[in-house]
Design a protein around this ligand. Structure first.
Ligand SMILES: Cc1cc2nc3c(=O)[nH]c(=O)nc-3n(C[C@H](O)[C@H](O)[C@H](O)COP(=O)(O)OP(=O)(O)OC[C@H]3O[C@@H](n4cnc5c(N)ncnc54)[C@H](O)[C@@H]3O)c2cc1C
Ligand code: SF4
Length: 815
């Protein structure tokens, strides 16, 4: 009885947008409709996005099913698979399928997707010429790869390149033909497109750029392709990936208003208010979309109106793009080309294969394109969509979210830096807060569970790592699903496993590590290269050779880049003590090199701002002559030892804090560490040198020296914990060297002492440094040995060598 009173909803098109609308509807109004679905394809609903990984043999068909036939049964949905709707009698409100099946409706939802655009050149109907749209196309490609050799892909856009990559991995000889000079010209600027092309060429793909197809050759089956100009290329398979066209055939036939797509309003209604439309087939405010994120936003709004809740309007979407080719990291969003009204921040590091361009307008991100290091893509996209004013952190914007505020806390974990309202999954519009709430509220423990409850990571999969990080940080160590966090996507090994392999097998170069541990990406990436460089240097200081290309920009140029592209120069002032001679040299240098600001830093040093890059070697040389060396203010290394005046001048002082600070700095300067390392010595518990928010702090007391560790004064202020108390200065020196060496040998790269101690536990550190005397002395010994290699002034080295001056090419800033 109740069933008879329900309204009838019919969905035409069993694809991603249509079924997502049903899922949203079932969430909010499960009993409102009797639902019937018609799908032309002979399957349940599958994740079309993942056809590329299926072609690349990274996934099977079963892995990409979103809703099996059982799901429809469980939800009392009548499903007609392999059944194309050919007509709709709008007067009788009835849909009619090709096989004669009819279904009446109160509301009709059209979600007929798109068709690949097949260029109508002679021969385009020959067998062996296909699009890349569905499972049948993938089957044809896989079959062709088994029997044939040559493939031509027409179109160097996202789909074409994913098809070409998959066919290459299936063993075919693949030529990509593209009409313009650069690949993916609607998503990438020239530089990124060039880098992409080179890396795909390295994978074995061939390209014919600025080339127009004239005819497909062959009699009964495709044999080749001829291009304008007469060039002919052999082909047993031609994949047309030259764009898509909204599938409006049915809508037009039944008299709905269509332009490029089926025209809908903000509630996703067509000109017939009983008929709704979502997905690639629609045109909304003049736009049609070819990516799932906007389609899922449409689905949500449409479901809301089908449920008669009457709230929510779809107002259009901003989209971002990622390419799903393993080993190629690429991201673009918004207007990345810019114009006269915009400015662009550009960073290109050809040796590391990294390129980033951020287009700003009125101090807001207008567009971004990134190649080689896309970790911060989601963050930039969020800033772009929110219209955030970036003036406050513009100077570090280029270096990503982990450098925000330079707190150094867990820089390796992007998830921990995210706020709850930040988007994790771009395809499904899921924010971090929703994921955390689902994990804690529903007791989820696995990625699969998070996917099915929140949809995060359920579409293109590029946010999977981020979702795993949130899962790990929310559930902690769940013993039934032990998870280990690899260094990065290039390997499955963790930081600890990599460090052990380096030590146990005497691996002394980044290359040796990658080969020994069979890195998935033989060249590594922007995350693993600096980490491996540090690990080999820390383990084998005498044998390993520094790879400057695997260091961050500031470390490579021994100065801190500022937001106007100039640099700041900070010489070392031992323990914060200076002399008239040094001050005179600083004043001279400030005048000679036009320093715009002279500033005393929080670490008791003098900072000269606004130095031009080409002047760096000369200013260093001048400062060297006054006896000053680099302050390493830019490095993952010892920064400063801050002191108070102590017993020499202060009436409360218990020990010579200044003297101890100078000794500590002279022992530890030049040492590379996993992250920056700061020290301080206060002459009494009044603690004027703020020793209890440093990585290693000494508080002098009448009976000796309290040694404190693991403090931090950044965004997340953390007070130190007491390591132990010692009686003499020599002991304070010994313990500090041992602590620093333990941190160097055991912390993960980019892990400050605070999170490291939280991870391993203070008692472990106490046991190694305070309780085990033999172990402590061995640690100290290894520290001092390493210092014999690394304790030199990089400024003097660079300033002496005229050749190295050429390397000081500034980050380019246009506009
Ligand atoms: C290889 C590939 C890779 C992609 N990669 C990405 C990506 O990385 N990121 C991203 O966001 N997007 C990606 N996309 C795009 C994404 O898959 C589409 O945007 C999305 O699937 C569109 O959903 P839709 O429901 O509008 O259309 P579809 O998913 O195509 O569904 C339409 C369905 O309607 C059926 N149909 C049509 N007419 C009728 C009729 N008259 N009767 C019955 N059934 C009918 C069709 O057979 C089809 O099954 C990719 C697409 C492809 C092909
Ligand atoms: S910490 Fe103590 S000794 Fe040092 S300046 Fe302050 S009061 Fe004086």
């Amino acid at each position: 009885m109740e069933r008879a009173m329900k309204e009838k909803l019919v969905l035409v098109g069993n694809g991603m947008a249509g079924v997502r609308t049903l899922e949203e509807l079932l969430k909010i109004a499960p009993d409102r409709y009797d639902i019937t679905v018609f799908g032309a394809e002979p399957y349940g609903n599958y994740n079309r996005i993942l056809l590329s990984p299926v072609l690349a043999a990274e996934k099977g068909i079963d892995d990409i099913m979103l809703n099996t036939v059982a799901w429809y049964e469980d939800n009392n949905i009548t499903l007609h698979v392999g059944t194309t709707v050919v007509d709709v009698d709008r007067r009788r409100r009835t849909v009619i399928a090709a096989d004669g099946t009819e279904a009446s409706y109160d509301r009709l939802l059209l979600a007929t997707g798109s068709n690949p655009f097949i260029i109508p050149v002679p021969g385009h109907e020959l067998p062996g010429v296909i699009g890349f749209r569905d499972i049948t196309d993938v089957d044809t490609m896989l079959d062709s790869a088994k029997r044939h050799t040559h493939a031509v892909v027409i179109g160097g856009g996202l789909l074409g390149l994913e098809a070409a990559n998959g066919l290459k991995l299936q063993g075919m000889n693949v030529t990509v033909v593209h009409l313009t000079e650069t690949l993916m010209e609607r998503q990438l600027d020239e530089v990124a497109a060039g880098m992409l092309q080179r890396s795909l060429e390295a994978k074995g793909l061939q390209f014919l750029m600025a080339t127009q197809t004239e005819a497909i050759l062959g009699d009964e089956h495709v044999k080749g392709v001829r291009f304008k100009g007469g060039l002919e290329v052999a082909a047993d398979l031609v994949v047309m990936a030259a764009g898509i066209r909204p599938n409006i055939e049915l809508a037009k036939k039944i008299g709905l208003h269509c332009e490029r797509g089926i025209v809908v309003n903000d509630t996703l209604q067509t000109f017939d208010p009983k008929i709704y439309a979502v997905g690639e087939c629609v045109q909304h405010r003049g736009h049609s979309y070819g990516l799932v994120a906007p389609l899922f936003e449409q689905a949500k709004v449409c479901a809301n109106h089908l449920a008669c809740y009457g709230i929510g309007r779809y107002e259009g979407s901003v989209t971002s793009t990622k390419l799903k080719v393993t080993g190629v990291d690429l991201f673009s969003a918004g207007d990345f080309l810019g114009d006269d009204s915009t400015e662009a921040l550009v960073m290109k590091d050809a040796a590391r294969g990294v390129y980033k361009k951020i287009v700003l307008k009125d101090n807001k991100i207008h567009g971004a394109v990134m190649y080689g290091d896309t970790v911060d893509g989601a963050w930039y996209f969020q800033l772009l969509r929110d219209g955030t004013d970036v003036s406050d952190f513009r100077d570090t914007l280029m270096f990503g979210q982990a450098h925000l505020g330079d707190s150094g806390h867990g820089g390796q974990n992007a998830a921990s830096a995210m706020s709850d309202d930040m988007e994790v999954c771009g395809c499904n519009g899921v924010c971090k807060g929703e994921v955390v709430k689902a994990i804690t509220g529903k007791g989820l423990f696995t990625l699969e569970e998070v996917r099915s409850h929140t949809k995060a990571s359920a579409s293109c999969g590029s946010c999977t790592g981020l979702v795993e990080q949130i899962l790990a940080s929310t559930v902690g160590d769940y013993s039934e699903t032990p998870k280990k966090k690899p260094v990065c996507g290039c390997t499955d090994f963790t930081h600890d496993e990599v460090r052990h392999a380096i030590e146990d097998n005497k691996l002394t170069s980044i290359q040796a590590v990658r080969e020994f541990l069979e890195w998935k990406n033989p060249d590594g990436c922007a995350s693993c290269r600096p980490a491996l460089n540090f690990y080999v240097l820390a383990a084998w200081p005498r044998e390993a050779k520094d790879d400057p290309q695997s260091r961050f920009i500031n470390e490579r140029v021994h100065a801190n880049i500022q937001k106007d592209g100039t640099y700041s120069v900070v010489p070392r002032m031992w323990g914060g003590v200076t002399t008239p001679k040094e001050l005179r040299a600083l004043a001279d240098a400030a005048e000679k090199y036009n320093a715009k600001t002279v500033k005393v830093t929080g670490g008791q040093r003098i900072d000269l701002f606004g130095i031009k890059k080409e002047d760096l070697p000369a200013i260093w040389s001048d400062l060297n002559q006054a006896g000053m060396v680099s302050g390493h203010a830019y490095g993952k290394s010892l920064r400063t030892v801050k002191t108070c005046v102590g017993s020499e001048w202060c009436r409360f002082g218990t020990q010579d804090s200044t003297g101890l600070g100078i000794k500590l700095e002279k022992m530890t300067w030049g040492s590379w560490t996993p992250h920056k390392f700061k020290m301080a010595v206060s002459g009494c518990p009044r603690n004027c040198a703020e020793a209890t928010i440093k990585d290693f702090g000494v508080v002098c007391v009448d009976s000796g020296y309290e040694l404190h560790v693991g403090g931090n004064g950044g965004i997340h202020v953390r007070a130190t914990e007491l390591l132990c108390k010692v009686a003499t200065e020599d002991e304070a020196m010994e313990y500090s060297a041992a602590f620093m060496q333990l941190y160097r040998e055991q912390a993960h790269y980019l892990e400050r002492t605070a999170p490291w101690i939280e991870r391993v536990g203070l008692s472990y550190v106490k046991q190694k440094v305070a309780e085990d005397e033999v172990g402590r002395k061995a640690l100290q010994q290894r520290f001092l040995e390493s210092q014999e290699v690394f304790q030199y002034d990089p400024w003097a080295k660079e300033a002496e060598d005229p050749q190295t001056r050429k390397a000081y090419i500034p980050i380019k800033k246009v506009g």
